[in-house]
Structure formats: structure tokens, C-alpha cells
Design a protein. Structure first.
Length: 118
């Protein structure tokens, strides 16, 4: 069974940085695509970034130039480096995994809270 554990969330002032980590177990990490999603209070969960097994990556337009997704297959971990954070980035951030790039995400972590104060 796949397990995903996020960490690295917290409270930061606008303009600050955080790096989220997601440690995976229970599957062959290097063969799976990974994604980050977020859900703000009262809003739908939204896609943030994804990275393929070969490190092809994409991010949503609202975070381009500020967020970077990366992975370390030796550590079974995917990262989300978040710079120049804005109050509108406040949300619970989730990582998820899919066996196919662009496919449905079928395993999810429990989430980590990111709060950006103005």
C-alpha cells in the first residue's frame, strides 16, 4: 500500500520561502509521477505542480517563477520549493501519486498546512 507523508509546512510572512517534502513508500517511486495540490478554506482542491518519473515538470500559472517541483528518487521524496510566498498561497498542501503522467492520482498524503501572513 502506498504511503505519502508530507512535511515542511508552517507559518511564514509574505515574501518568505518554504520547502515542502513528501516521502513515499510502498511502491516503486522512480516509476511514478508525483503531484502537489492545495486546498484553501472554502475552495476546491487545485493542482499546483507535477513531475514525471523522468523529471519532466509543470506548474500552474499562478505559481510560475515562484514554485519549483523536484524529486530525489534515491530518497523516494518529492519536493516543492516555494519562494516569494503570498497570502493567497495559504492552503493545505497535499502530495499525490499516479502511475501515468497526466493520469488520475490514486494515492494521497494527509496534507501539510501552509499559512502566509501579510
Amino acid at each position: 500500500q502506498v504511503q505519502l507523508v508530507e512535511s515542511g509546512g508552517g507559518l511564514v510572512q509574505a515574501g518568505g520561502s518554504l520547502r515542502l517534502s513528501c516521502a513515499a513508500s510502498g511502491h516503486t517511486f522512480s516509476r511514478y509521477s508525483m503531484g502537489w495540490f492545495r486546498q484553501a478554506p472554502g475552495k476546491e482542491r487545485e493542482f499546483v505542480a507535477a513531475i514525471s518519473w523522468s523529471s519532466i515538470s509543470t506548474v500552474v500559472d499562478s505559481v510560475k517563477g515562484r514554485f519549483t517541483i523536484s524529486r530525489d528518487n534515491a530518497k523516494n521524496t518529492v519536493y516543492l520549493q516555494m519562494n516569494n510566498l503570498k497570502p493567497e498561497d495559504t492552503a493545505v498542501y497535499y502530495c499525490a501519486t499516479t502511475p501515468k503522467w497526466g493520469g488520475r492520482y490514486d494515492s494521497w498524503g494527509q496534507g501539510t498546512q501552509v499559512t502566509v501572513s501579510s
